[in-house]
Design a protein around this ligand. Structure first.
Ligand code: GTP
Ligand code: MG
Length: 546
């Protein structure tokens, strides 16, 4: 097994031999390092002009010997060593500094980021002898700016500090912190991250929506992080330094998940998850997950599972890798029942099966619909951004009880009701899944059939939540989706909902500017002008003219 890492170029054979010998030493459990090892490390450092370090495991065995440069030393990939939220890495790192500089910021970052048991620096005298051992340990539950504690230096001839006892106490504390934070219903705790290149205001608005999405998915939000960049980093989206800060923050605040507001391509998801060692998802996956939680009908469930698998497939690492951190769902909820342990081949088979099943269900529904349309009733479809109040409006107009709640995507499965106007005009009115900005294309594809039913509508009612400050963007998103679905030619009424939440002057202004009808779907008495307008719009279909 390889034990020496780093740049060995220019070292003499005898020096390499001595490095190898170091790896065979042992350290007593209570000591950070032994006095003898300190002397050897310093002597070799002085001779070679390089920092030399040891990764020592809990039994006192030297796991790796590292050779650095004059002023720095790199710790190699430690992924093969275990890591759990309430555990440390099981390795401490002791290395030399050629001068008397104590722990540097890099040392402390390594300590926190790699979750080392301890980090120690042996400083040297000009004669190449050990001067002092400076050391620090992680501080469980501390704020992310100083997630460690620097201890008083100790003399190299007395390196005993009850090392193992201390490490065990730290892990006990980490366990306790973890129990505190995951106590409530074991729900996920997320850091929300946005890396933006455009205007800050847009990024903040979008992040606000991401918060609502997270809330809808029952995820608690620990914190949000915004980073502005001239250009997104192709590998990690954000800068690698910032990503390291983010990992430290995630570990110390007990986050179980990082959610990016921007769509991550397959290789970015992998690089970020590898580097942070925590589950990473993007906005699209979050939306897919909400759909998975909420789908009720068989058709809805099939469509969502299909969309999730299509999104995840390119994100599976290699041919037969089991999905672990990349598993679509949050909190272990993956696509349908089949989550986890899916490999590419199985994913592809499953996709084919699902496509077939969806097609069958849709054929049945088409038949039902043609039966219904034979009855010849005009169809009015309620559409709009998610949470605009579409279901509430349907309920109020038809006195029914479709689920309406203050969460995004309360409605996934379309539902239809009859509505009778005076003068014997009767229509079918349908409620649909809400739209959202950048509706994931996998979802668009999966819900295509549902959305295409909108083509049969004789009238669309575009419900707009005018109390939401983001409503101008929401209108734009909805209209873009309507264009993509080729629905722009259908007559549309803009329904300005939640008028109870805005000032009357603002409302009047919006009525004129958006050419809409204001209502409060919660309050039946406000709906009269709207139903009149609806009636006027469908009357010609009955050959009635006012
Ligand atoms: N204040 C106020 N709240 C309203 C009004 N209409 C709807 N709401 C609330 O807005 C929230 C969303 O309403 P829904 O009817 O579920 O919205 P939706 O458009 O069907 O949403 P999705 O199905 O999730 O896309 C609920 O909490 C409603 O009570 C209104 O006129 N005024
Ligand atoms: Mg709804």
């Amino acid at each position: 097994m390889k034990v020496i890492f780093g740049n060995l170029l220019g070292l003499k054979a005898g020096q390499i031999k001595r490095l190898e010998n170091l790896s065979r030493r042992r350290v007593l459990p209570q000591a950070i390092v032994s006095h003898e090892l300190c002397r050897n490390l310093c002597a070799l450092s002085a001779e070679t002009g390089r920092q030399i370090g040891l990764l020592i495991d809990r039994s006192g065995k030297i796991a790796q010997v590292l050779v650095g440069e004059v002023d720095r030393i790199l710790i190699p990939d430690l992924r093969e060593y275990r890591l759990a939220p309430d555990r440390l890495r099981g390795l401490r790192f002791v290395h030399t500094h050629l001068t008397d500089t104590p722990l540097t910021q890099d040392d402390l970052t390594d300590l926190a980021l790699l979750r080392l048991d301890l980090m120690a620096v042996v400083t040297m005298t000009t004669a190449g002898l050990p001067a002092l051992i400076h050391w620090a340990h992680i501080l469980p539950g501390a704020s992310e700016s100083t997630p460690y504690r620097i201890m008083d230096p100790i003399p190299p001839f007395r390196p005993e500090i009850d090392c193992i006892g201390l490490i065990q106490a730290l892990e006990a504390e980490l366990s306790r912190k973890k129990a505190d934070t995951t106590g409530q219903s074991g729900s996920e705790r997320a850091l929300l991250v946005s890396v933006f290149t455009g205007p800050r205001k847009d990024a903040i608005d979008s992040l606000d929506e991401l918060k609502e999405l997270a809330h809808t998915a029952n995820i608690s939000i620990i914190d949000t992080v915004l980073q502005q960049r001239k250009k997104a980093n192709p590998r990690f989206l954000m800068g690698s330094g910032k990503l390291d800060e983010l990992s430290i923050m995630a570990l110390h605040r007990g986050a179980t998940l990082i959610i990016f507001d921007q769509e991550l391509n397959p290789s970015q998801i992998r690089s970020i998850a590898d580097r942070t060692e925590i589950k990473v998802i993007d906005r699209t996956q979050l939306i897919l997950d909400i759909f998975a939680q909420r789908a009720q009908s068989r058709e809805g469930k099939l469509q969502v599972e299909l969309a999730q698998l299509k999104y995840i497939l390119p994100r599976l690492v290699t041919k037969d890798t089991a999905m672990s951190r990349l598993t679509g769902g949050i909190g272990g909820r993956g696509p349908g029942e089949t989550r986890l342990e899916i490999n590419r081949r199985r994913a592809r088979d499953r996709i084919r099966g699902l496509e077939h099943a969806v097609a069958t269900v849709q054929k049945n529904r088409r038949q039902q619909r043609s039966r219904r349309s034979k009855k010849g009733l005009p169809i009015i479809s309620i559409i709009g951004y998610t949470n605009a109040g579409k279901s509430t409006l349907l309920n109020q107009l038809t006195q029914s009880r479709v689920l309406a709640e203050n969460k995004l995507f309360a409605t996934l499965d379309p539902s239809s009701r009859r509505l009778r106007f005076p003068r014997d005009i009767e229509v079918i009115i349908t409620d649909t899944v809400g739209f959202i900005r950048d509706l994931p294309k996998e979802l668009m594809a999966a819900f295509k059939a549902t959305l295409e039913e909108l083509k049969n509508a004789d009238l669309l009612m575009h419900v707009i939540d005018i109390s939401n400050p983001r409503h101008p963007d929401q209108i734009r998103s909805v209209e873009t989706i309507l264009t993509e679905l080729n629905l722009c030619d259908i007559p549309t009424i803009r329904v300005l909902n939640k008028m109870d939440q805005v000032e009357p002057e603002t409302c009047d202004h919006l009525i004129r500017r958006l050419n809409g009808i204001a209502v409060s779907a919660l309050n039946r008495s406000t709906l009269k002008p709207l139903s009149e307008k609806m009636e006027v719009a469908v009357a010609p279909l009955y050959g009635i003219n006012r």
